[in-house]
Ligand binder design. Sequence first.
Ligand code: EPU
Length: 428
Amino acid sequence: MEKFVITGGKPLHGAVTISGAKNAAVGILPATILAGDVCVIENLPDISDVAVSLKILSVLGAQIKMLNRNTYEIDTTHISCTNVPDDLSRQMRASYYFLGALLSRFGKAQVAMPGGCNLGPRPIDQHLKAFSALGAEDSVDYGMITVRAKEGLTGAHIFFDKVSVGATMNGMLSAVMAEGQTILENCAKEPHVVDLANFLNMCGADVRGAGTDVIKVRGVRQMHGCTYSIIPDQIEAGSYMVAAAATGGDVLIENVTPKHLEPITAKLRRAGVEVEEFDDSVRVRRTGDILPLKINTMPHPGFPTDMQPLMGVLLSVAKGTSTITESVWDNRFRYVDELRKMGANVQVDGQVAVFEGVDKLSPAPLRASDLRAGAAMVVAALMADGTSEIEEIGHIERGYENIVEKLRGLGADISKVDRAPAALESAM
Ligand code: EPU
């Protein structure tokens, strides 16, 4: 029932610190199961997907101690339960990583079947293909998926039919303790894939080649704990880069890996935005017009689909016609309806959206249809002269730590307010 109230029209100025990467954290937390020991995980983002992952670990029997807001000690020595409760696994699609991690350590796992979500169909056939090649059988009963390797897991040669972040990470998780060598081909190369491989290696695994399209995993018998710091969130950083550009601001974005941001930096520069790179920060400044672009979303190192709605908002005020082709998800243009309410001129035909730039966006009542669409609406509201309200902000809080405080620190007029239930509103 909470919403964001944003009065836009002011350029963002100042510095913002980026949190740890959500999509690395939701893989590394289940991976602590493989250590069977104490792990200290630093730079965990304080977001709801991390809270759900920690809750699942705790229900499975891990001992968890919060050392500070972003650092947790997780002892997975005494985990014995391999069934992730239905209600928890359905709160987060990435709970599928518990399948790979539990299967690897215990030879069995049960997790709720991840449903299609609002980005279009989200099959997990490639994850199951990897488990099956290693010797596991899977079955689905009343929405729960069970994987079981009665004879243990044995290394295999797996060629993914589709480049998938989730299947690549689950392939690594399930192979690290299998007997012999596993070769994964046609792998995703995202920074969070590399981060998971680095974490696994710090715990004693033997994973080579992460970040290329062939990953080789030599199974080990036993792993151990470690202290590990999660990489900065590429998409959170990209979101603040776009927010700075979209509002004609000047923002230093700190605690980032500029190399991970290159696909975003390149597009922003082509749009006429100044991006200066430092060792672990980038400065984004815009004084002139936004120039139109052609964008095609692709797996890393291509332009990330998770940045697509944010770039769409920026291009809605470009001087000319831009096109965005969404090549990863079937249904990622739902934010366009919201943008049209603000006066944007966008036509969507299948996987292609054409943006005829308008002079400015006007405030409107908006909703966050998913995490990145929600972040895009925040940026759109920051651009519009006047006050906009955004509903369903729970989606945004799944992936952005402290967004209200961070934006306020840059001079934005944003607050989170409770919305009275409809029945109450009509009685008032
Ligand atoms: N696919 C299959 N079969 C599979 C797996 C994937 O056909 O078994 C297809 C998907 O339908 C999609 C494409 O392959 O068309 C890529 O999907 P991928 O598996 O890479 O996506 P994912 O692992 O489920 C992660 C991120 C998403 C991000 C995508 C693409 C996490 C938890 N989620 O999802 O992030 O969009 O990779 O980069 O890592 C977000 O953070 O907002 C978000 C949605």
